[in-house]
Write a protein that binds this ligand. Structure first.
Ligand code: FES
Length: 197
């Protein structure tokens, strides 16, 4: 008769201590090996992907074209300049106080593409209107960046292709263009330096 923990029969083999643990550790080892292999494959995949992504990154000269800095210190009130950014023309216009007042006098809710001048300019620089020089109808370059050009009925820009007219905030007021002149991403780096892009 066996009492707890005592083996009476000499032929009876005592339980192998640790057998249960070995049975458990087998799969665990396999799990570990599987995880290790997967991790290794992951590292391999990253190692392959990184050079591909690096190859896709733009080169330094392309990055330089991605943003430009424009000196506006010599742009007189009431006039403006046209620059090229990413092969697209951009207007930088120095509005007069009267042009700012005219733009602010219009209720945005009455406009085809409702936006205020403040929404289209930078705080503290509302006299500087920076827009793409691309009519939102079919892409012609509007007139009006300098006072000698036709600025249309609203004192902003006039598109000679099909007659769209923009106001002093570059907002569409008349003609077939559906949207205001687009405002690109830009920032003032100093009082007279504008970074576009
Ligand atoms: Fe400007 Fe048509 S492209 S009105």
């Amino acid at each position: 008769m066996a009492t707890s923990g005592v083996v009476d029969d000499p032929n009876q083999r005592p339980p192998v201590i640790g057998a249960a643990e070995e049975g458990e550790t087998g799969p665990r080892r396999r799990d570990f090996l599987g995880i290790a292999a997967t991790s290794f494959m992951g590292v391999g995949a990253v190692a392959v992907v990184v050079p591909i992504v690096n190859q896709m990154n733009p080169s330094a000269d392309v990055l330089a074209l991605a943003s430009i800095e424009v000196d506006v210190s010599k742009v007189a009130e009431g006039s403006g300049i046209k620059v090229s950014w990413r092969k697209q023309p951009v207007f930088l216009r120095h509005l007069t106080g009267k042009e700012v007042t005219e733009a602010n006098a219009v209720a945005a809710s009455t406009l085809r593409d409702p936006e205020t001048l403040a929404q289209r300019t930078k705080p503290g620089h509302t006299q500087w209107l920076v827009t793409m020089a691309v009519c939102t109808h079919l892409g012609c370059v509007p007139l009006g960046i300098v006072p000698s050009e036709n600025r249309g009925e609203y004192g902003g820009y006039f598109c000679p292709c099909h007659g769209s007219q923009y106001d002093t905030a570059g907002r569409i007021r008349k003609g077939p263009a559906p949207k205001n002149l687009q405002v690109p991403e830009y920032a003032f780096k100093s009082a007279s330096t504008v970074q576009i892009g």
